[in-house]
Design a protein around this ligand. Structure first.
Ligand code: NAP
Ligand code: ZN
Length: 352
């Protein structure tokens, strides 16, 4: 067994604290790597504070993980010692259903997906999986991704969740040149949504509750910025969007956005707040055949495609590096929408 050091939540309200545990020795298909950086997703906060059901403590969050390979199993083909490696939100799935076979493991038809943290551990090394706020990871090669050496590695980490969670729906619903795309919320997910929508050639409009983020939004690719609390500014966009991608982490009124869609336009929800959104108005939907949809992270095939796209187009996250000891401060700032635009933990700090 491999000794791992980490930070964990021990209940829903105490600060995260040091925690030691063991990972399995790598099997034939496993890659073992030292974690160098891990992004801080709002889902980590939802989970560690039991805002979603089912948190098992101790809880080691973290699913935006990058590092360097130290060992590979005998059957591993794509990685060798010394390579960069990355892991996102999943570490296993049934592998046999149509979704898994199609590279869409996040939608496993048997519901047998193992999330990187707080998922039942198939290898029985612990009650649940432990995530990336830790020193080392062992993972099946299928859920391990290749990373370009030419990008800033710390800024690559958030691509593994914030990146793929916005890339996947924008690709699926066809954000391209000639389309008008809205991104709601300039946080971790939202800022990647703006970058991808812009890179795909769509006319990109950011909706924000924070007037202070306007200049940054334009710098990273927004063509227009709308302060969502200003009804007059919102009214100028009624009936004009093909796609709106909503990344907001808190419950809010959806009608403000469905009314901005064109006929057949789609509001895609990726934010997963603790409390449900108020039920949307039916008439807003039926009169223009508008849709409300949802999307969950992205599968293994598309995650590698997204990482390769980012390497080709020089896209990374805008980050603020923190030591692990500042994780609770980072959560507090995240709740105030005060993140520019993703915290990334430097895992070397675990040793200090
Ligand atoms: P984040 O960095 O905290 O960003 C959320 C942004 O939403 C904030 O920066 C803020 O942007 C806006 N916002 C926050 N509170 C708001 C409120 N009360 N009203 C309106 N806007 C508000 O969070 P994140 O890491 O991007 O995650 C966003 C959500 O997506 C979380 O719920 C997370 O769990 C979920 N998520 C879902 C998936 C999936 O697969 N579907 C994957 C990862 C994360 P402005 O300041 O610009 O308004
Ligand atoms: Zn995430």
């Amino acid at each position: 067994m491999i000794k791992a050091s980490a930070y964990a939540g021990f209940d829903k309200s105490s600060p995260l604290a040091p925690f030691n545990f063991e990972r399995r020795d790598p099997g034939p298909r496993d890659v073992q790597f030292d974690i160098l950086y891990c992004g801080v997703c709002h889902s980590d906060l939802h989970t560690v504070r039991s805002e979603w059901p089912g948190t098992v403590y101790p809880c080691v969050p973290g699913h935006e993980i990058v590092g360097r390979v130290t060992k590979v199993g005998s059957a591993v083909k794509g990685f060798k010692e010394g390579d960069l490696a990355a892991v996102g939100c999943m570490v296993d799935s049934c592998g046999t259903c149509p979704s898994c076979k199609g590279g869409l493991e996040q939608y496993c038809d048997n519901g047998d997906i193992t999330f990187t943290y707080n998922g039942p551990d198939k290898h029985k090394t612990a009650p649940v999986t432990y995530g990336g706020y830790s020193s080392v990871l062992v993972v099946d090669e299928k859920f391990c991704f290749r990373v370009s050496e030419k990008l800033n590695l710390a800024a690559v980490a958030p691509l593994l969740c914030a990146g793929i969670t916005t890339y996947s729906p924008l690709r699926h619903w066809g954000a391209t040149k000639g389309k008008k795309v809205g991104i709601v919320g300039l946080g971790g997910l939202g800022h990647m949504g703006v970058k991808f929508s812009h890179a795909f050639g769509a006319h990109t409009v950011l909706f924000t509750t924070s007037p202070g983020k306007e200049a940054d939004a334009k710098r990273i690719g927004a063509d227009e910025v709308v302060i969502s609390k200003d009804p007059d500014a919102m009214a100028k966009h009624i009936g004009s969007f093909d796609i709106i991608l909503d990344t907001v982490a808190a419950s809010h009124d959806l009608d403000a956005y469905t009314s901005l869609l064109k006929r057949d336009g789609t509001l895609i929800l990726v934010g997963a707040p603790e409390h449900p959104h108020p039920s949307p108005a039916v008439f807003n939907l039926i009169f223009r055949r508008r849709c409300i949809a949802g999307s969950l992270i992205g599968g293994t095939t598309e995650t590698q495609e997204m990482l390769d796209f980012c390497a080709e187009h020089n896209i990374v996250s805008d980050i603020e590096i923190i030591p692990i000891q500042k994780i609770d401060e980072a959560y507090a700032r995240m709740l105030k929408s005060d993140v520019k635009y993703r915290f990334v933990i430097d895992m070397a700090s675990l040793k200090s």
